[in-house]
Design a protein around this ligand. Structure first.
Ligand code: 5GP
Length: 187
């Protein structure tokens, strides 16, 4: 999994954290600097700056290169995995989604959950109301994967959205990570 900026400042940044089960769902996309803008509240809280974590220059460069082709609609490596043209270690499959082990695992359990039909979902930042069903289906499939892998008591679900988050494959995918103590903030 590519590491990401951890930031929170635009409407396209989504952070949902359920600490009770250590399930964290993160979607990050921001083209500006990695900081939180001034908070305009009656309390005049100071601006906080979040540090960048663990993305290497190589990861960033390849993510930016991948992003240039993101909206061409060109097939990705995941199309070949869906069609079984390229082999993968499948963990779960139904009529709408495919879950398979990441080729470069970042944890003892690292499974990617993808929609079989991309339908414009090159990245989460392209989601539209018509995608609500598949987005919910993908999250539920992630929980099924966690159960199958024996990590349902503690796991993380991550979506890298856009070059700033080091997304490298432009077919929406959820990373299901677990099998070790995961740290926060992510890196
Ligand atoms: P992203 O960086 O876009 O969030 O995640 C893409 C993920 O796809 C990476 O974690 C990478 O290791 C994985 N990946 C890329 N190519 C392949 C492949 O051919 N097979 C599998 N199983 N995973 C892949």
């Amino acid at each position: 999994m590519a590491a990401a900026f951890f930031t929170s400042s635009s409407s396209s940044t989504l952070l949902f954290r359920r600490t009770a089960t250590a399930v964290t769902f993160v979607a990050l996309k921001q083209l500006g600097p990695c900081s939180i803008p001034p908070i305009h509240s009656p309390f005049h809280l100071p601006q906080r700056t979040m540090s960048r974590v663990s993305a290497t220059h190589d990861e960033e460069a390849s993510a930016r290169a991948a992003a240039t082709e993101a909206n061409t609609g060109a097939p990705t490596i995941f199309d070949k995995i869906i069609s079984k043209e390229i082999p993968s270690s499948i963990v779960y499959e139904d009529e709408k989604v495919l879950a398979f082990r990441d080729i470069n695992p970042q944890a003892p359990v690292h499974v990617l959950v993808i929609p079989k039909l991309r339908d414009g979902l090159t990245e989460l930042g392209k989601a539209e109301p018509r995608h609500e069903d598949i987005l919910g289906h993908l999250l539920h499939a992630s929980k099924i994967v966690a159960e199958k892998e024996g990590i349902v008591d503690g796991f993380r679900v991550v979506i890298n959205s856009g070059a700033t988050a080091c997304q490298s494959v432009y077919h929406l995918h959820l990373h299901v990570l677990g099998g070790r103590q995961l740290k926060w903030p992510p890196g």
